[in-house]
Structures are given as C-alpha cells and as structure tokens.
Ligand binder design. Sequence first.
Ligand code: NAD
Length: 256
Amino acid sequence: MKTALITGSTSGIGLGIAREFAKTKQYNIIFNGLETNGQEIADSIAKEFGIAIMFSPANMLKPEELRKMVSDANAKFGSIDVLINNAGIQFVSAVEDFPDEKWNAIIAINLTSAFYLTKAVWKGMKEKKFGRIINIASAHGLVASEFKSAYVASKHGIVGFTKTIALEGAPFNINCNAICPGYVKTPLVEKQIADQAKTHNIPESEVVSKIMLAKQAVKEFVPVETLGQLAVLLASDGATTITGTAIPVDGGWNAQ
Ligand code: NAD
C-alpha cells in the first residue's frame, strides 16, 4: 500500500481525485478540508472501498497545522508517497477594489501551502527514493482572465514552483506535475455562477454558456473523474519521466 495526502479533499475536485485513488485500492488516503463533515466524508469512502484513511482539518493558512498533519500521517502510515496540493479559493474583483486580505489569503492557500507541504514531505520521499507531487493549478496557471488577479498570480506561481520541484526531485525519483483544469462544476464554481448572474442580471444558464465556457472549445464542464484518473497516472511507478509539466485539461481553452 502507498499513502496519498490530498488537500481540500472533502469537496469538489479533491474529493473526486480521492475517489479515483480509493478505487485502485492501492492507497491509504489522508483527507483534508474545512468542511465540518470532513471525517464523515472520509469514513464513507473508507467503507465504500475498504481502504484506510485519516482526516485532518489542518488549515492551509497555518503552517504548524500542516506540519502536524504530515507528522500524524507519517506516524499512522509510515510515509507519504503522494502529495496532492489541491485546496484553493477564488475571489473575483477589479484590481482597484481587490481587498488586501483576499489577495493575501489566495496566495497563502493556493500557493504558499504547497511550499510548506512539499517541504514537510520532502525528507521522507528523498529517503524512500520515491515521491509524487501533484499540484492542482488551473487553466489560469497558463493564461489570464480579468478580475482574477490574485488567483491567476497564485496559479502561475504554482506552475513555476512545480517546475523547480521537478528539477530538485529528479535525482530522488520524486516527480512533480501540475494539472490545469478548465471549469469544473464544484461549489467553488457554483458560487461564481450565482455571483455573475447577479452582477450581469442574466440567468445562470447564460452565465455558463456565454461567460464561463466561452473560452473552452469543448462546451462542457471538466469531469472530476478525468482529473482523478490523470492524477492516478502521474502518481504511478511508471511516471518517473513525466515531470515538470503543466497539463491542461481544459476543453481546448489553451489551444487558442
Ligand atoms: P471547492 O470549493 O469545492 O473545494 C476546495 C477545498 O479546499 C475544500 O475542501 C475546502 O475546505 C478546502 N480549503 C479551502 N480553504 C482551505 C484552507 N484554508 N485550509 C484547508 N482547506 C481549505 O473547490 P474546487 O473547485 O474543488 O477547487 C479545488 C482546486 O481546484 C482549487 O485549487 C481550485 O483553484 C482548482 N481549480 C478549480 C476549478 C474549477 O472550475 N472548479 C478549475 C481549475 C482549478
């Protein structure tokens, strides 16, 4: 058995990724997230797939909580083989009105937490000569959209971090890749749909077709299963030479 730690895995994309890892029955999973029913969610996956789990409510804004999550996981499972930095938040505003505290929170949660966690798992992966680090970036790690300055900066930042860690990890069979999804229908996006409908005074269906999916050639939300299956591939033993990449799964958005 290997062990995978997935941040923000009690909702949306993280939960979808956790399900794909659980399906393989080859991983213990450390769940994390701020959802108050996080333990229940983790327990239900453990029961459904017959795997061992741990749940940690560690807050990405608190480095000491992140380090404790890693040491608790090491104590329970012996090592962490796969780290998936997925927890993230969004805030949409013109730069002139962008609240300082939202900027700082987005950079801390979407980018800096990945640094703290990579640092915390590094020694174990290096000693084991095996590690897989997967950062859930975004299509916004490769291109920009207006009114998302902090988010786009954090996601471009994590793509750069991914490349550096790939270089530093190569001698130790630690690979590091970023997955760059287009729009995925999760609570994070559902909130944006509702906000935009209010701002533009149009129905939510029009927000989806005319604003959200306008940049994707494939006019469909990206399924979480696709992201989970890609993450399982990147975590596999055979994926050593896939490293330092930022893989778009965005319905052709970045092809334009
Ligand atoms: P979501 O809101 O459904 O889930 C986010 C998860 O992160 C939740 O479990 C939440 O509790 C956790 N989280 C947030 N702040 C935290 C904190 N301070 N400490 C600990 N956990 C925290 O969102 P999602 O859409 O599943 O997003 C997951 C990741 O995918 C994010 O990094 C997001 O930027 C990225 N992403 C999402 C989309 C999309 O369209 N939904 C597209 C591209 C990239």
